[in-house]
Design a protein around this ligand. Sequence first.
Ligand code: GLN
Length: 484
Amino acid sequence: MSFKYLTISQVKAGLKSKEFSCVELVNYYLEQINRQRDLNTFITVMSDSALAQAKEVDQKISDRGPLGELEGVPIAIKDLILTKGVKTTASSKILADYIAPYDATVVSRLKEAGTIILGKNNCDEFAMGSSNETSAFGLVLNPWDKTRVPGGSSGGSAAAVAADQCVLAIGTDTGGSTRQPASLCGVVGLKPTYGRVSRYGLIAMTSSLDQAGPITRSVEDSALVLKIMAGQDNYDATASVKPVENYLAALSQNIKGLKVGLPKEYFTEGISPEVSEAVKQAIKKIEALGAEVVEVSLPHTAYALAVYYIILPAEVSSNLARFDGIRYGFRSSVAQNLSEIYQKTKAEGFGAEVKRRMMIGTYVLSAGYQEAYYVKAKKVQNLIRQEYAEVFKKVDLLVTPTCPTTAFKLGEKTSDPLTMYLNDVFTVSANIAGLCGISIPAGFDRNNLPIGLQILGAPFAESQMLRLAYNYQEATEWHKQHPL
Ligand code: GLN
């Protein structure tokens, strides 16, 4: 029996028909994690609890007890998401020994559905980064080429899915962090509409932009998991009360008559010719499948990244103020008095990128500068939102590259934050405008590195978005290629 690259439905069928036991399945993934430790995808591996749970699942199946929708599916969780009784570090020294006292809503929903959590994935520190190089727990390697980055911030999650260390992983996306690493690792990364999924229990980075989303190997799996994660939550007032659609049902429809926009601003200079070519081929395919493709213009897109890097640090400076050495985690051992506790704890506990953003945030919110930066950025955000709303009156969905390039070399961009930030140029707009987005595999470059195609949908248009993604995926073979 080969366990290689199983999807959710294959896991469910295999368990049900007793082709394999859940213990065998969990052992396979634990072995995969152990064998490829060099990838550094996990900060915590939960072998004991995963195996104990697998035994219970096997028992339930023998007893013909009621099974959850994802019963026995082994998953991994980004270490930014609280998991009760387990270390949750945000990949930061400041939370290195922090044990989460409760489950995030997404975690409790996935547990109720019967999933088995294998462990917690490495990520950029507090989800700030595009290459997983800001983690206090070391680099994550891209399984397609170990000299390259997996993307970030959910780099450990995307690399773990690509390397077959779990069936799927849950990441978070504030400016592209599920889509960009999915693109660089050749898997599927979804960012739900802001408010579609509860943020309760996500360690807050930028509360007005953060969303958790699934990283999977197929669009179908993405739809299945989103359905479980999504929906109203009494613990998060920003979680929408809109009923959750049956995303799986949307997949069975073809895309004839669907109107797809190509925003010309997304095909600018700086994008690698190979990425551009792959996306053009994908668009041809989408047309051949029956969608109507039209060019659209979003002139304010050019400002999305600038807006993002004002709103984000502003909220970061406020959200991360709580890590003061008193209430959470690490405290400097050399501090002599209260103000030294604050200063030295933060100085020793946070990495350079986090400090940079906290300082920029404090600056853009400070008296005298707030109007010029923060307030202005919020106004431009509004313009961007309106512009997308207008475009979505004309088209159902937008198609763009996910990233300007494929996976870059480790260390290539670490000394220049601006070059690093440019990686997110195509993904941040979805967060700034509150849209939904997904990245799916759409080709390879000459180094055999995966290329991602991004589909953007209007707020709460997840069904449409998944429908297009699924139809494209069913008509192509890219997602069936694996690094190992
Ligand atoms: N790479 C982006 C950043 O550094 C996005 C991060 C994210 O989505 N969490 O902020």
